[in-house]
Design a binder for this molecule. Structure first.
Ligand code: DOR
Ligand code: ZN
Length: 347
């Protein structure tokens, strides 16, 4: 019998599904292995209202391949004009599990995001009152701030003051990429957690820039130095319930990545579990994988973990991977961890 891992079916705390043909093409890559996911609202136009989230959820449910059981958990995109009553009603209905803050200009489809946090205060105050988490893309946007410092500067200049002002607000720092942010989360007394992507556990910034420019490793926040990757690995494999999986699987067709101004995003849904098993095995922490991938985020968002399980087996030969996913709008390149994967999800 090969080494075997049985996990509750995972919870992806940060997923981009898009819409239309791309949604149709990528959803099965997640629903094959995952029971549920927090779905990002950065469509064009963004998902701002309860009504829009309801309609988007219906389109996702409709697109789930037959035989898969997958629960999309919806978010709203925070703007300076977001109505606190609409947010509260969307939360009370059970539909919306979090609100997402994109600083305007920080990343893909963030132009409707927040320029002056002060203007979003009434919504944030209401969220603190009703216990609705705020998911944050934590990067400052000023041209004077080096792109590799944007997360650490955000923690110091935006996140910390916000948490002091609204200590009851539950905050998820999305796709943590720095040791600074890991330390900040560990030191926080409560109400703060961080999601971590598979790719930030595997690559550092050399993957993007050394030996030629590699657009498929470019995402935001951009991968940092090796010491940060090691800090993320330590946090993810520690068993600390404040750290959990958010894949940030972000599909872009190749023509939008392989060009003079390529989009940010790594598409990893297809091989996330194989990559994670590899990482946790390297860190001698396979027994912590279920907590990281399936349990911590469901506890944080107050959603029961899946009853069903997924099984991974360690095979001698590397697993086969598709390389590209066809969408009808172009191909999407799958994340290549640059080492062979041996943990195969049993399907
Ligand atoms: O790399 C990224 N891609 N980072 C984000 O924050 C957004 C995402 C996307 O939507 O493509
Ligand atoms: Zn994202």
């Amino acid at each position: 019998m090969p080494p075997t891992l049985i996990l509750r079916r995972p919870f992806d705390a940060h997923l981009h599904l898009r819409d239309g043909k791309v949604l149709q093409a990528v959803l099965g890559e997640t629903s094959r292995d995952f029971a549920q996911a927090i779905v990002m609202p950065n469509l064009v136009p963004p998902i701002v209202t309860w009504r829009q989230a309801e309609d988007y959820r219906a389109r996702i449910v409709e697109a789930v391949p037959r035989g898969d059981r997958f629960k999309p958990l919806m978010t709203l995109y925070l703007t300076e004009r977001t109505d606190p009553d609409d947010v509260a009603a969307a939360h009370a209905s059970g539909l919306v599990k979090a609100v997402k803050l994109y600083p305007a200009g920080a990343t893909t489809n963030s132009s409707s995001g927040v320029r002056h946090l002060e203007r979003a205060m009434p919504v944030l105050e209401r969220m603190a009152e009703i216990g609705l988490p705020l998911c944050i893309h934590g990067e400052v946007t000023g041209a004077e701030i080096d792109i590799f410092d944007r997360e650490a500067v955000f923690v110091e200049t935006i996140l910390d003051p916000l948490r002091r002002r609204l200590p009851d607000l539950k905050v998820t720092m999305e796709h943590v990429t720095t040791a600074d942010c890991v330390d900040y989360i560990k030191e926080a007394p409560a109400k703060l957690a961080g999601s971590i992507t598979p790719h930030h556990l595997i690559i550092n910034r050399n993957a993007i820039l050394a030996g030629g420019i590699k657009p498929h490793y470019y995402c935001l926040p951009v991968a940092k130095r090796e010491r940060h990757r090691l800090a993320l690995r330590a946090a993810a494999t520690s068993g600390d319930s404040r750290f959990f999986l958010g894949t940030d699987s972000a599909p872009h067709v190749d023509s939008m990545k392989e060009c003079a101004c390529g989009c940010a995003g790594v598409f990893n849904a297809t091989n996330t579990l194989s990559c994670l098993a590899h990482v946790f095995e390297q860190e001698d922490a396979l027994e912590k994988l279920e907590a990281f991938a399936s349990l911590h985020a469901s506890a944080w968002y107050g959603v029961p973990p899946a009853d069903e399980t997924v099984t991974l087996m360690r095979q001698v030969d590397p697993i086969g991977q598709p390389g590209k996913i066809e969408t009808g709008e172009g191909q999407i390149t799958l994340f290549d961890p640059m080492f062979p994967l041996h943990w195969a999800v049993q399907r």
